[in-house]
Structure formats: structure tokens, C-alpha cells
Design a protein around this ligand. Structure first.
Ligand SMILES: [Zn+2]
Length: 545
């Protein structure tokens, strides 16, 4: 294939030469360079000789990728015979793929920084990620117009895609109230979701695990999801219960599926997992529920991060929901009331058991005296009960209680990872190594070391499949006419460098990363180009003012 194409190109050049070198047109024959230029198309970047994975379900090919402006113009063999590029990237021995898409991320510290260097979003660039999904867990603002203006005025390194968040909408109307909305309040909430969708959100995200979102009943969520459905959006959820806190994992999966059926839109499970000792090992049942829904025609997908510890806070992991109703001030009041404190302690004890005990919670906030210690170690150091140690941290500082909670089994992680409807996400939040190392971790551990999935599946689940489910316009594939988000990485060196105790170490092995056609990483180094865009979903025609 390759040889034939080369010969064809050379034959074309010879024919052109012969045609022009007939007298009286002699002059051009003295200038073969000029002649050849007629056969070449100018291009900006030619990535040559790599193993090219296009993001689709097709085997990789040795070949080239050519970029001009912000678009891919050619993918295939022997681009050098047709294109003359201003810059050539030697990708021999390297893997060339679409830039990775992170389906669930928390990059706020970076992309909202006043510092342009921070806004390059380097933790993601060094993983080969070109697009991050924000506004997840129900926290996305409905005011996407302001978001967009902000990102235009404060350029960022990666593309962003945003959800409008149920939590942001509910708090805007009901604040922290633990009750259902009145009909006029529900109308106000609907209008806010509509605003977000009309300004380019890709759907509605919820975090029904978190208060005050947890106060919402299923029908309230369905009513709002319908506003996203109308405009072609999807429903993304950090579901009500990933464990055995309230309704239980399986009932929570059922609730999510019901929301999709009733509101008539695709549902997407954020960071799918079986969390805690009561539900560990139930991945097969979760998968069976989702497979049954898919077999019945429902559009159901999920994302997943490849780590056995989730990131949370002591408050969210241990405190009973009712204790935080009304916000932090109300919580502190309850902790000062001996009767309520006793009930809180009892429920915290149960939540700690569910999570796997005090040794399974690792304190990961930077620069605290307890950073890198488990709750068990901290309790021993303070010579108090683990619950009292947790309460001391919670009372003392609302920002300082982040934990890595080791609560998932490898078996569940591997089974979820093999499902053809699961994509990669980092859930990357401050202090957890997944923020810096999720994609290389999935590759180094689950592809190379343990062979849980193939490299083709790793790339597909990090690119094209994700772009499809998020309905991104011309992203996620290496195809002519698509936006030039392209990663080149060394398959031998691509690996995580961060760990739980040193979570902020950049990953290794990405040599080139193009975002909208411009190198964000070149020769493995930051270029400082901030060419990320906010990618807006086009709402269904006729559904917006
Ligand atoms: Zn979440």
C-alpha cells in the first residue's frame, strides 16, 4: 500500500515534469524546485512515521498526520510526497493518537488561576489530555456565557467542555433547604438549566451524593433532566449512592436509569465504582443492570478512574447527611449539642466501618501536619479515638480534610474497565495523584503491566468513544477535517510519576501535544501556548430563544 502510493506520487511528478519540459517552455525545467512545489501542498506540521491510532475501532497503521491551521488535513502513508510542512515531528517508534479527553475533571485550581502559567493546565497536558470536562458533580454554573467570556479573556492550555450543574441550580433557588421545591421554584430551576443548555452546556450534571443535591427526590431531577433532553444534552451523575450510605449502590444505579428513561436522554455514570466493604465485588450486578438497560435500547455509558482510592473529604466520607443540612454553621451548632453530637458519632462510626476503617483513609491535603498520615495514625498521634480525630480536623478547618479513601477492589476496577461503554476520567482533584497521572496510570498498569485491556482499547476509551458520548463536534478522532488535537507519546516511557504521598508530579512520556493545531508540548516541554477553547454544545434547533 505504502510502496504503491509512493510510486504513484513519483509518477505524477515525472509526468508533470515531462509535460512542462517540452519546448518552448524550457525555463521551468531549469528550476525543478519550482516545479515540484506545484505538486506539494503547504502544511504547518507533519507528524511522520508513527504508529497511528485514529480513535476509531480500527487497527493502528504506520503513517503520518498532517496539520494545517487548527485542523487535521491528512492521515495516512507518505504524507511527505504530497505535503511540505513548516515543521516535521519524527514519530518513529512513537504512538500517535487523538488528544485524550478527560470525561470528569476538577482542574479549577489551574484553569481559574490568575497566573497564566497555572492556566496552561500542565497536570493534564503532561498526560496527553487535550480536553477536560468541567461542571461535573452538579457544580457547573448555568451562566456559561460568563464562563466563556472569562476563558476568552484568560486563555487556558486545554479545551474545556462544561455541564450545567444541578447543585448550582438548586442552590441558586433553594439555597441549602432540605425540601422539595414549590412549583414556582421548580420553574425557576428549569429556566436555569435551560439557560445553561442554550449557552452551550453538554448536559446536566448531578452530584446526588452531596448535600443539598441529596435532598432532591428522583422526580425533581427528572423534571430538570427534561430541560437538558429537549436541547440534545446528556445526564451525567455522581450517583446518589456508590456504596451503602442511603439507598445502596444497585438502587442508585436503578434510579439513574429511571431518570434517563423518564427524561428521555442518555445517562452517564461518573467515576463508576463499588465503594466500601458492603458493596465491594458487586461490579457484575452493576454491569448486569446497565447491560439490560442498553439491551432495551437505553443509551447508558460511564467513566472510570484507574485508582483503588477515591478522593473525598472527611466531612463527606464520614458525617451523616442530616448533620450538614443548613451548611457549616449549622453543622458546628449540632456538634456543640451533646445529644446531636452523640448521634453524629454513632453514624460516623458506621460510615468509617463502611469505608474500611481508619487505616483506609489517607490524609492528603498539602502542607498540613497530618499530610501523608492515615486517620488511624493521626488518632494514635493525638491519642484519641479516630472519630474524635476526624471531628477535630472537621471542626478546625473546612478546607483541610481531603482524604484518599482506599475503598475499591482491583477486581471491580478491572471488570468495569473492560466494558465497551466505559471511558477514562481522572476525577482529578487537588491532592490526589489521579489529577496528574490518570491516563499514564491506566496505560502503564492496566495495559502494559497487567494486560487488562489492549492499547487500542485504552486509546479508544480515552478519545473517540468519549467524544461520541459527549457529542463533541469533530474531536476525538484523527480524521481529515477534524480539529487537530493530537498526542505523540513514547510507549516505553509513558508512565505516572505521582503517587498518593507525592501527588503533584508531572507524568512522563508525552513528547508532542497539539491542541487546536498548536503545540502545547513540544519535545516533552511546555511551549506556553494557551490555545484551549471552550467547546460549546449546539442545542437542538428551535429550543432556545
Ligand atoms: Zn464525583
Amino acid at each position: 500500500m505504502r510502496m504503491r502510493t509512493t510510486r504513484t506520487m513519483h509518477a505524477r511528478a515525472r509526468a508533470l515534469l515531462a509535460a512542462v519540459c517540452v519546448p518552448p517552455v524550457l525555463l521551468p525545467c531549469l528550476l525543478p524546485g519550482v516545479l515540484m512545489a506545484a505538486a506539494w501542498e503547504p502544511a504547518d506540521i507533519l507528524i511522520r512515521g508513527g504508529t497511528v491510532y485514529t480513535g476509531a475501532e480500527v487497527p493502528p497503521q504506520q503513517g503520518d498526520v498532517v496539520v494545517t491551521g487548527d485542523k487535521i488535513v491528512y492521515v495516512g502513508p507518505d504524507a511527505g510526497a504530497r505535503y511540505r510542512a513548516r515543521r516535521v515531528v519524527d514519530a518513529r517508534g512513537k504512538i500517535v493518537a487523538p488528544g485524550f479527553i478527560d470525561a470528569h475533571a476538577h482542574p479549577e485550581t489551574y484553569i481559574r488561576s490568575a497566573d497564566p502559567t497555572q492556566r496552561l493546565n500542565a497536570p493534564w497536558l503532561f498526560q496527553g489530555v487535550s480536553t477536560v470536562v468541567i461542571g461535573v458533580d452538579g457544580y457547573g454554573t448555568p451562566d456559561l456565557a460568563t464562563e466563556r467570556a472569562w476563558f476568552q479573556a484568560h486563555p487556558i492550555g486545554t479545551n474545556v467542555v462544561a455541564y450545567v450543574g444541578f447543585g448550582a441550580v438548586r442552590e441558586a433557588v433553594l439555597q441549602h433547604a432540605a425540601r422539595a421545591p414549590t412549583p414556582p421554584e421548580l420553574d425557576s430551576m428549569r429556566a436555569l438549566v435551560a439557560t445553561g443548555m442554550c449557552e452551550g452546556a453538554i448536559g446536566l450534571s448531578t452530584g446526588l451524593f452531596y448535600d443539598p443535591q441529596s435532598y432532591a427526590k428522583t422526580d425533581e431531577v427528572i423534571a430538570l433532566a427534561r430541560e437538558a433532553a429537549k436541547r440534545g444534552g446528556i445526564y451525567d451523575t455522581h450517583q446518589r449512592d456508590e456504596s451503602s450510605y442511603t439507598i445502596g449502590l444497585l438502587a442508585s444505579v436503578e434510579e439513574t436509569l429511571e431518570i434517563g428513561r423518564e427524561a428521555k436522554l442518555p445517562v452517564h455514570f461518573a467515576h463508576l465504582k463499588a465503594l466500601g466493604v458492603d458493596v465491594q465485588g458487586s461490579a457484575p450486578q452493576v454491569i448486569a443492570l446497565i447491560e439490560a438497560a442498553r439491551a432495551a435500547g437505553q443509551d447508558v455509558t460511564a467513566d472510570q478512574y484507574p485508582w483503588t482510592a477515591s478522593g473525598s473529604s472527611l466531612s463527606a466520607a464520614l458525617l451523616p447527611r442530616w448533620s450538614t443540612d443548613g451548611g457549616r454553621a449549622a453543622l458546628l451548632q449540632r456538634l456543640d449539642d451533646p445529644a446531636q453530637l452523640e448521634q453524629i458519632r454513632v453514624e460516623m462510626q458506621e460510615n468509617l466501618r463502611r469505608r474500611g476503617g481508619a487505616q483506609s483513609l489517607l490524609m492528603i491535603d498539602a502542607d498540613r501536619s497530618w499530610t501523608g498520615q492515615t486517620l488511624a495514625q493521626l488518632a494514635a498521634r493525638w491519642a484519641v479515638d479516630p472519630i474524635d480525630a476526624a471531628l477535630r480536623v472537621i471542626r478546625g478547618d473546612e478546607q483541610g480534610d481531603s482524604v484518599a479513601s482506599f475503598n475499591m477492589t482491583e477486581d471491580d476496577i478491572r471488570l468495569f474497565m473492560r466494558q465497551p461503554w466505559v471511558v477514562t476520567s481522572s476525577d482529578g482533584s487537588d491532592g490526589h495523584p489521579r489529577q496528574y497521572a490518570t491516563f499514564p496510570m491506566k496505560y502503564a498498569k492496566y495495559v502494559r503491566a497487567d494486560r487488562v485491556i489492549g492499547i487500542d482499547e485504552f486509546i479508544r476509551s480515552s478519545t473517540g468513544r468519549t467524544a461520541d458520548l459527549l457529542k463533541l463536534d469533530r474531536r476525538g478522532y484523527l480524521l481529515a477535517g477534524y480539529f487537530a488535537d493530537v498526542v505523540v507519546f513514547d510507549p516505553a516511557r509513558y508512565a505516572p510519576k505521582a503517587d498518593y504521598v507525592h501527588p503533584r508530579v508531572l507524568s512522563a512520556g508525552v513528547e508532542e501535544l497539539l491542541i487546536n493545531g498548536r503545540p502545547a508540548l513540544q519535545g516533552g516541554k511546555l511551549t506556553r501556548a494557551a490555545r484551549g477553547r471552550m467547546l460549546l454544545h449546539a442545542p437542538t434547533p428551535g429550543t432556545c430563544p
